[in-house]
Design a protein around this ligand. Structure first.
Ligand code: SAM
Length: 370
């Protein structure tokens, strides 16, 4: 959390007194019980304690690769930046500090609930931003709405925020039981449970293989189809049990695997959850559209930077930037992928799979039409 993040919470009143949620033992375990983490302004010592242990407090998000992003995209006073995935506002605050005075930050996010909280947080920090509930695939429309000739910087930090992962009600995590929702945008028609119910065995297997490199894609999709004929799969715990069964594991053998790998083993259900979440939110479709329209939405000399979290996304970004360079759309692109330093991964393990790439439009201009 940066200085401004901290100061936006510093002036707030402690939350109204409510009876402490009861939990067993000395530490709250579930997301809802972590009431101190949800009110960090009133409990600053909790934040310092958790961050020192590399834990992201519930209801917050630690921005990733901040120094690298700022160094490569080089925001300057007076520039217009669109943060296509504003999330908790961590990167947005860093951009704002660098484009002031005279700059403008436009923030997009599809998650209405988190966007509202971020609006309040950024408002309390005394900064002016224009926030839209919008998919970044609709970037060209935002440009028209803002009556701008282009953005100087387009930035996206793909995937889900810690707030979304940690909240069991969003159904994105294999760590806690919750409804299999998985939508970042609650206007979407189909949840994860709906997709598990509708897709054919073949389509499920393909999604698990292509979107998450799941080695047991056939076994898992076969079991999903067999199990859903008996009862609908609507909870994260059901899906986790099913994946364990398909892989011939049980909690005891999994714990042993974790011990053998010194807890670095990937959770058996991680790939299944990733594939389903990407499908529910059409994450690759949105990224393809962003990459397609970005050059038309950038001003001369404009920069685009994207942080991705799995190979499917990174491949699309790398290919698009390289094609753009070859065709003369971009004048320069990142030669190598940029990944977090060991210290960052230690301090924030969620940054471990992050990959950052950037590209720059030539000073003489951009292509003509979206
Ligand atoms: C990794 S978080 C961003 C965190 C942010 N950079 C920060 O420092 O707080 C990703 C955010 O992007 C949003 N998101 C994901 N895909 C999106 C899309 N296609 N369009 C707009 N927002 C999206 C998610 O709802 C989530 O809030």
């Amino acid at each position: 959390m940066n200085e401004q993040d901290r100061s936006d919470q510093g002036g707030r009143q402690p939350p109204p007194h409510r009876r402490r949620p009861r939990y067993q033992g000395t530490h709250p375990k579930s997301y809802a019980q972590k009431y101190k983490e949800h009110h960090l302004a009133a409990y600053p010592e909790i934040e310092a304690h958790l961050r020192a242990k590399g834990i992201t407090p519930a209801g917050t998000h630690v921005p990733i690769l901040v120094e690298e992003v700022m160094a490569c995209l080089a925001p300057r006073p007076g520039e217009v930046v669109v943060d296509g995935t504003v999330g908790y506002g961590g990167h947005a605050l860093e951009f704002i500090q660098r484009i002031s005075p005279g700059g403008k930050l436009i923030g997009l996010d599809v998650d209405a609930a988190e966007l509202e909280r971020t609006r309040q947080r950024l408002g309390a920090a005394g900064v002016h931003v224009n926030l839209y509930r919008s998919n970044f695939a609709g970037l060209a429309k935002i440009l028209r709405q803002e009556r701008l000739d282009g953005f100087d910087i387009i930035f996206a930090d793909l995937g889900v925020s810690s707030m979304q992962i940690d909240n069991p009600q969003r159904g994105m995590s294999y760590k806690h039981d919750g409804p299999l929702d998985m939508r970042m945008d609650d206007r979407l028609q189909e949840t994860g449970a709906d997709l598990l119910h509708r897709l054919s065995e073949q389509d499920l297997a393909q999604a698990l293989r292509v979107l998450a490199d799941e080695p047991d894609h056939e076994k898992i999709s076969h079991l999903i189809v067999a199990r859903r004929a008996v009862e609908p799969i609507t909870r994260t715990a059901q899906l986790i049990r099913l994946v364990f069964e398909a892989k011939g594991l049980n909690p005891k053998t999994w714990r042993q695997q974790q011990r053998d790998a010194r807890s670095h083993a990937l959770h058996p259900a991680a790939r299944t959850f990733q594939a389903l979440r990407i499908l529910v939110n059409d994450e690759l479709g949105a990224l393809r559209e962003l990459l397609r329209v970005a050059p038309y939405c950038l001003r001369s000399g404009g920069r685009i930077g994207i942080i991705s979290f799995h190979s499917g996304e990174d491949r699309l970004v790398k290919q698009s930037f390289r094609d753009g360079l070859r065709q003369g759309v971009y004048e320069a692109v990142a030669e190598d992928v940029i990944v977090p330093q060991r210290e960052e991964v230690h301090a924030n393990p969620r940054s471990a799979s992050a990959k950052f790439r950037w590209a720059r439009i030539g000073a003489t201009g951009r292509p003509k039409r979206a």
